[in-house]
Design a protein around this ligand. Sequence first.
Ligand code: SF4
Length: 230
Amino acid sequence: MSDCKFNIVELYTCVSGEEPTSGLPTSIVRFSGCNLNCWPQFGGCDTPNRCSKGDDFTVDEMLEKIENLGMPHVLVTGGEPLLHGHALPLLRALSLRRTSCVSEVSVETNGSIDVTGVPGNVRVVMDVKCPSSCELDVTLLDNICLMGTRDVLKFVIGDLADFEYTQDVVGAYLSRIRVSGIGVVVSPLWGVCDPKDLIAWLNESHLLRSIARMQLQIHKVVYGGMMKLV
Ligand code: SF4
């Protein structure tokens, strides 16, 4: 498996912008390719290079680069890293602690791919696509039944309708989320949803205020959505 190659668009260091690793120095591995097209009414998502052609690496080559960067957390993202199972060999190698510096591994997925096969000690941060994304029906909500205490459901909120949809989904899976200790995060759609509005909606929601937390992604606050490559 270690000689299979996968296409990486970016590898860089930053801090994690996502709960519960927010602020942790992080190596970010961005896989090429995505099966969705979110927020076309706003000109597309904040990852315009998600389908760019990058460079091909083996697992061992990528582990060496991650080791050289020396960060304690690796975030595997995209695009959609679980598309065609591309990221699984790398996630398995990282989960087996084949680097000396890495103590935390996370994978961000858009929610449309079955997360079976992601190693148990890798944190799954799964988007649940809301109406304003224009990808409402893609989310495999059954994934919630595969998630556990280290994992997170993320809702990117563009407007009140998205927030109300979030309440509906969390309400429908509330016992599973509580029993499994799955985290729930709401994040304002950058440049579209006023964070003050989201705070007000969250504080008024009897359901979500007891279980969700709001996050502002640090890298967007600092870089305005632009990232530094290394
Ligand atoms: S799933 Fe993620 S990378 Fe793909 S279009 Fe949507 S926001 Fe962009």
